[in-house]
Write a protein that binds this ligand. Structure first.
Ligand code: G4P
Length: 534
């Protein structure tokens, strides 16, 4: 197996130039603004402000998102592709709210790196910390952008210390701010020995870049007020002594994050960050799979579904499966094998998410994200290949933390409700359990807000009014083991048993004590809180 970088053949240029990443941040830190500037410099949009406008338009298209608008959170994730210099960036949007951690987790299985945005005044906030922990599970390389430097912000060393301490990762400054708050005038680019000066008068103007020869360069005296310059010199000297130097391998290993300081709204520091992602960020990585890993440079195409979005266009009731290509060069019209069902699929209308709009993809390379409209055949965790029976691994399904029973308030619509629920289950928006005894369904989610989103979507997309009610259960565990042992267990515990949308057996309970008892009394079966999606 090709595994270590040293014995891997060189990636084809098209793959090597790809950078597929997500942005993680706490709400309000500036993710939308930064995305907008990325797209602006990527030539994907003409004018800043369009992402927000487009976002709204997209939300009205899938109009259950009225709630999202009201709450100002982003529930739906999407992917955007754009070019910057020689690079092709694929930016996968992560839903920002903590209620959607499972969706976020799966999104992060489709990227090779993450950009962590923090607010210079607030530092590491709760949601950043959570998302960071998810990235750490996969040792994802992280590049940090400290935003809003045009406003009052914390002392630079304090911010760096906080990241190092709270997130237990080494931090190296890629740039160093000159002046803080009202005095902030730009950064010293520590990696390229350049001065970047911000233009406060014009938000869309990219800062001026001035080549210098170290911090003793006499040019600096003309450009920076004496007090700020002496502080800069002092701080950079201290930073070089106290903080780890830049080390690309440590970045790629996920043990060191370079930090850029800037102000997204003022278009400042964004290009340097983009340069950093391109120059130092990872190319498409080897994908874990069974029975063998997949290398991006393999000529045969393979990919996996990390997200399914239903009803993106209510007129067509389509579902789009978001595929991360793991290897090869994909061409439109290709026939791929859907490994789970072993059936061939002709991919005739794949979509590339060019930031301007959904666009037909004529070709795509390992690392790219394509959308495949389908009628429900493609599920999260599915693998597509050119015939080989490989299954991508590492896309888990988590046991829900909240369970409620659901019923239609219109008794005539019970049957339709089942269909709607199954669709949401396949989309990964919720877990749906059909109890072994009795009728009705139990729905499980990770965050309480999801019940509201579901109720609203079921009503809007299927015209079924529903009510969620407290369930007698609070925990769910998947049951596995020897067939006979599972059958015996099921027979004795029928009132606790239900089946998920794949037909897999699930044990529902309200007591940890019950789970402990099962573990003790039934050593031949296993209860798990996650299930590998397949
Ligand atoms: P999010 O997606 O992470 O939630 O953040 P978003 O980009 O929406 O930014 C949150 C707020 O912070 C916005 O203000 C935005 O304009 C502001 N902002 C983003 N970058 C900077 C920056 O570099 N400096 C300063 N001073 N502010 C910044 P808002 O008032 O909530 O929205 P809006 O009316 O400006 O759109």
């Amino acid at each position: 197996m090709l595994d270590t970088p040293s014995n891997r053949p060189k990636l084809p240029a098209e793959i090597a130039r790809r950078r597929t990443f997500a942005i993680i941040s706490h709400p309000d830190a500036g993710k939308t603004t930064l995305t907008e500037k990325f797209l602006l410099y990527g030539g994907a949009i003409q004018m800043a402000g369009q992402v927000r406008a487009k976002g709204e338009a997209r939300r009205t298209r899938s109009d259950f998102m009225q709630m999202e608008k009201d709450r100002g959170i982003s529930v739906s994730a999407s992917a955007m592709s754009f070019d910057f210099k020689n690079f092709r960036f694929n930016l996968v949007d992560t839903p920002g709210h903590s209620d959607f951690s499972e969706d976020t987790y799966r999104t992060l299985t489709a990227v090779d790196a993450a950009v962590m945005v923090i607010d210079g005044a607030k530092g590491v906030e709760s949601q950043t910390q959570k998302l960071f922990e998810v990235c750490r599970l996969r040792d994802l390389p992280i590049l940090t952008f400290c935003n809003k430097m045009d406003r009052e912000s914390r002392d630079t060393f304090d911010i760096i210390d906080e990241i190092q301490e709270n997130l237990a990762i080494d931090v190296t400054p890629a740039s160093w701010p000159i002046g803080l708050g009202r005095d902030f005038m730009g950064c010293y680019d520590m990696l390229n020995d350049r001065l970047e000066l911000m233009d406060r008068a014009d938000r869309n103007k990219i800062g001026e870049s001035i080549e210098i020869k170290g911090l003793t360069d006499p040019k600096l005296d003309e450009l920076i007020p004496a007090d700020l310059l002496s502080k800069l010199r002092e701080e950079v000297e201290m930073a070089r002594e106290l903080l780890p130097p830049f080390d690309q391998q440590a970045l790629l290993d996920g043990t060191l994050t370079p930090i850029w300081f800037g102000s997204a709204i003022n278009s400042f520091g964004v290009k340097e960050l983009m340069d950093g992602i391109g120059t130092y960020g990872p190319e498409p990585q080897i994908q874990s799979a069974e029975p063998r890993k997949i290398s991006p440079e393999e000529t045969k195409v393979s990919g996996f579904v990390f997200k399914v979005q239903a009803n993106m266009d209510p007129k067509h009731r389509d579902r789009v499966a978001f595929i991360r290509l793991a290897s090869g060069h994909f061409l439109r019209g290709m026939k791929l094998t859907h490994v789970r069902s072993k059936k061939p699929m002709s991919i005739t209308n794949p979509v590339l998410f060019l930031a301007s709009d959904r666009e037909l993809a004529e070709e795509a390379w390992a690392g790219d994200i394509i959308g495949i409209p389908n009628h429900g055949q493609l599920r999260i965790g599915d693998t597509l290949t050119e015939g080989e029976a490989i299954r991508v691994t590492g896309i888990p399904s988590f046991a829900p933390e909240l369970l409620q029973s659901v019923r239609s308030t219109d008794p005539m619509k019970g049957k339709h409700l089942e269909k709607a629920l199954m669709q949401f289950a396949e989309e990964g928006a919720a877990k749906v359990f059909k109890p072994a005894i009795g009728s009705g369904f139990i729905v499980g989610v990770v965050g309480a807000l999801q019940f509201e989103v579901l109720a609203s979507r079921i009503e809007l997309e299927y015209g079924i009014p529903v009510r969620f009610e407290a369930s007698q259960f609070t925990s769910a565990r998947w049951v596995s083991g020897d067939r006979q042992a599972v059958d015996k267990f099921v027979n004795v515990n029928k009132q606790h048993i239900s089946y998920d949308h794949d037909g897999d057996t699930v044990y529902l309970t309200r007591l940890q004590w019950d789970i402990d008892r099962v573990v003790r009394d039934y050593p031949e079966i296993t209860l798990t809180a996650t299930k590998e999606m397949m």
